[in-house]
Design a protein around this ligand. Structure first.
Ligand SMILES: [Zn+2]
Ligand SMILES: [Zn+2]
Ligand SMILES: [Zn+2]
Length: 239
């Protein structure tokens, strides 16, 4: 392909600690994967070669997480939790999270679905304690449970049926929610139970968003607040 057909894209994690430049043919589609890590992290993948990816000069380091030994390394910012990319074990191929690319109209991109959940060993989920919320007298509520990928942080909450049209479930387009592709439920105070809160780190987007601090597992940083209820979303305009 001729040199002039390549475009330059800039990307970064949310806090800007890590930034990069891509030189690739125009990005027209991305890939979503249903595996245990990708759906938690909200990854929207785009494959690049190591030559097409360049970390910006003076940029910070990323932390890494593997779902199993010998699997690809997922690289994320330890400050803001944004998953930036993944590298195959031999580093011959890498994938960038399009949620971190600036100025990209992600809704206009073609989406390819990957069935990563069917590859390799099935993911083993963890038991989630619900004793505190079980004691609540909420007969019409359902109990939802979830946890981060490594199991260090677990969350359980009581809520009206998340699939009911009257229940407020949000997929927000603000900068932090877009990077993590959060799907957010709003259990009332005292209707949730978090186990392993000491294993989380908090990230604040500034005073305006102090209420949106995301508690995330320190080991691989998926936000723990989104439940594992997929396909439940309403769009609303954030800022
Ligand atoms: Zn960051
Ligand atoms: Zn995946
Ligand atoms: Zn974890």
């Amino acid at each position: 392909m001729a040199e002039e057909e390549f475009k330059t894209y800039n990307g970064s994690c949310h806090c800007g600690n890590f930034s990069y430049t891509l030189t690739v043919p125009e990005i027209k589609r991305g890939e979503r994967c249903n595996c245990s890590l990708c759906h938690r992290k909200g990854y929207f993948w785009f494959n690049v070669t190591p030559e097409q990816f360049k970390a910006d000069e003076g940029t910070g380091e990323l932390s890494s997480y593997q779902t199993s030994e010998g699997s690809s390394r997922h690289l994320f910012c330890a400050t803001c939790g944004a998953g930036v990319m993944a590298k195959m074990p031999d580093e011959s191929l890498m994938a960038v999270n399009l949620n971190t690319v600036k100025g990209l109209d992600r809704k206009s991109l073609e989406v390819k679905e990957l069935d990563g959940a069917s590859f390799g060993e099935p993911y083993k989920t963890f038991d989630v304690p619900t004793d505190t919320i079980d004691a609540l007298d909420l007969p019409d509520y359902k109990t939802y449970t979830g946890h981060c990928h490594c199991g260090d942080v677990k969350v359980a909450f009581k809520s009206p049926d998340l699939y009911a049209p009257t229940t407020f479930v949000v997929s927000d387009n603000c900068s932090i929610c877009a990077i993590h592709a959060y799907v957010i439920a709003y259990p009332e105070r005292h209707h949730y139970q978090i186990t392993g809160i000491e294993n989380t780190t908090a990230y604040f987007m500034g005073d305006k968003y102090a209420d949106r601090a995301a508690a995330a597992c320190a080991r691989q940083n998926p936000g723990v607040l989104p439940p594992e209820a997929e396909g439940v979303s309403d769009e609303f305009e954030g800022d």
